[in-house]
Ligand binder design. Structure first.
Ligand code: NAD
Length: 249
C-alpha cells in the first residue's frame, strides 16, 4: 500500500456491480476495504457478490440490488445508515454493454441500456445524497467510459448512456459542491473484465488499438477510484478522468 494507506478508515462505501469477481467493481471494493472502508457490495442476486464481500480485508457485506429499482435503492441507503451510521462513498459502477449501432438497436434494448447505465446512476445519487449532505459531505464516483468522451466507433445506446453519465456528474457536482459532496466520473478505456467478449483473440485485436499496447486491469481502475473516494482528491469535483492509456488522446 502507498501513501493513501488508511485513508478511508472509519468510512462506509457502496460499490454497485461489485459482484463480478473479475470485474472493476470487485477490484474497487477490495482496494477500498484494504484502505480501511467498510464496503457494501451491491449487485444483482445470483452475482458473485457474496464471495467478493466475504474476502474483503475489512468486514463488508453483500446486498442484492438492481440499480434500476428505486425502492431497492432507498432500502439499501436506509440499511447502510442503520448498520454503519454513514455513507461516505458511492461508486456507481454497475453497467451493461450492447455492441450495436443505431439501426441495429431495438427500442427495448435501448431502454434497457439507458435504464441500467444512466437511470441507475441517477437513482444511486438520489438515494445517498441526503445522507451525505446531512453528514457534511461525501464522494460519488460515476463510471463513464471512453464511449462517453467520443461517439465515433462506439456502440449507440452504450455511448448515449455514458454521455448522460458525464452530464449528470457535472450537474450533480455543481449542485452539491456547497454541501461538501464531490461527484466525479471515470472514463475507462478497454479494461480486461468479463465485459470484454470474444476471448484472447478479441483481446489481442483490441490491444492493437491501444497506444500502450495492452488492455487495462480492474486493479488499475480501482487505484483511480480510491484516489477520488479519499481526501487526496478533495478539490476535484465535476471532473471526468480518462483512464485509457491515451486511446482518446
Ligand atoms: N471493461 C471495459 O472495458 C469497460 C470500459 C469502460 C467502462 N466500463 C464500465 O465499467 C463498469 C464495470 O464493468 P466491468 O468491465 O467490470 O464489467 P462486468 O460485466 O464484469 O461487471 C458489471 C457488473 O454490473 C452488474 N450489473 C448489471 N446490471 C445490473 C443491475 N441492473 N443492477 C445491479 N448490477 C448490475 C453485473 O451483474 C456485473 O457484476 C460498467 O459500468 C462498464 O460500462 C467497462
Amino acid at each position: 500500500m502507498g501513501s493513501l494507506e488508511g485513508s478511508l478508515e472509519g468510512r462506509t462505501a457502496i460499490v454497485t456491480g461489485a459482484g463480478s469477481y473479475a470485474g472493476q467493481g470487485a477490484a474497487e471494493a477490495r482496494l477500498l476495504a484494504e484502505h480501511g472502508a467498510a464496503v457494501v457490495v451491491a449487485d444483482l442476486p445470483g452475482s458473485e457478490g457474496e464471495r467478493v464481500a466475504a474476502e474483503l480485508a475489512r468486514p463488508g457485506r453483500f446486498v442484492p440490488l438492481d440499480v434500476t429499482d428505486e425502492a431497492a435503492w432507498d432500502a439499501l441507503a436506509e440499511n447502510v445508515l442503520a448498520a454503519y451510521g454513514r455513507i461516505d462513498v458511492l461508486v456507481n459502477n454497475a453497467g451493461v454493454w450492447l455492441d450495436e449501432g443505431l439501426t441495429g438497436t431495438s427500442p427495448e434494448q435501448y431502454r434497457r441500456v439507458v435504464e441500467i447505465n444512466q437511470t441507475g446512476v441517477y437513482l444511486g445519487m438520489r438515494a445517498v445524497v441526503p445522507a451525505m449532505r446531512a453528514a457534511g459531505g461525501g464522494s460519488i464516483v460515476n463510471t463513464c467510459s471512453t464511449a462517453g468522451l467520443k461517439g465515433g466507433g462506439m456502440p449507440f445506446a452504450y455511448a448515449a448512456s455514458k454521455w448522460a453519465v458525464r452530464g449528470m456528474t457535472r450537474a450533480a457536482a455543481h449542485e452539491h459542491a456547497g454541501d461538501g459532496i464531490r461527484v466525479n466520473a471515470i472514463c475507462p478505456g478497454v479494461i480486461d473484465t468479463p465485459m470484454i467478449e470474444g476471448g484472447a483473440e478479441n483481446r489481442a485485436r483490441l490491444a492493437g488499438f491501444i497506444p500502450s499496447g495492452r488492455l487495462g486491469t480492474p486493479e488499475e481502475v480501482a487505484e483511480l477510484v480510491l484516489f477520488l473516494a479519499g481526501d487526496g482528491s478533495r478539490y476535484i469535483t465535476g471532473a471526468e478522468i480518462a483512464i485509457d492509456a491515451a486511446v482518446t488522446a
